[in-house]
Design a protein around this ligand. Structure first.
Ligand code: FES
Length: 139
């Protein structure tokens, strides 16, 4: 083997070694970042509500509950902050309640009234419009 081929072969071997070490680095980095709570931010989803608001002043969807009362509109996520069950709205008691462990949340602010949940419900930005779609909720 000529000297030139040996040098070329050694360079190729070093590049491959660096590549393999990089793979190991990223393979170990991902679970560590996940453990530390890092998540890749997801793109916002715009949900268009094409029906006018019912007389009751609230609209339940699968992912959120939309309120439009007294010239003010807001949306709260229906995902319970305890273990993720789907929240229901009690119109008579004006609270959001989780059927799994009975956490209760304020229907305006989403703050916890009664545990075991400790964190408030996620508030979602709402854009109210005059024509269809009447509301655009960013989830
Ligand atoms: S999942 Fe909602 S209170 Fe436990």
């Amino acid at each position: 083997m000529t000297k030139l081929k040996r040098v070329h072969s050694r360079k190729h071997c070093v590049k491959r070694r660096i590549f393999i070490h990089s793979l190991w680095f990223f393979a170990l980095l991902y679970p560590i970042m996940k453990y530390m709570g890092y998540a890749v931010p997801r793109k916002p989803v715009f949900v268009k509500i094409t029906t006018p608001m019912p007389q009751a002043g609230f609209l339940l969807t699968s992912g959120f509950i939309l309120f439009d009362k007294d010239d003010k509109c807001w949306a709260l996520s229906r995902k319970c902050t305890h273990l993720g069950c789907k929240i229901h709205y009690s119109e008579t008691r004006k609270i959001l309640e989780c059927p799994c462990h009975q956490s209760q949340f304020d229907h305006v602010t989403g703050k916890v009234i009664k545990g075991p949940a400790e964190r408030s419900l996620t508030q979602l930005p709402v854009e109210k419009r005059l024509n269809s779609p009447y509301y655009v909720v960013t989830t």
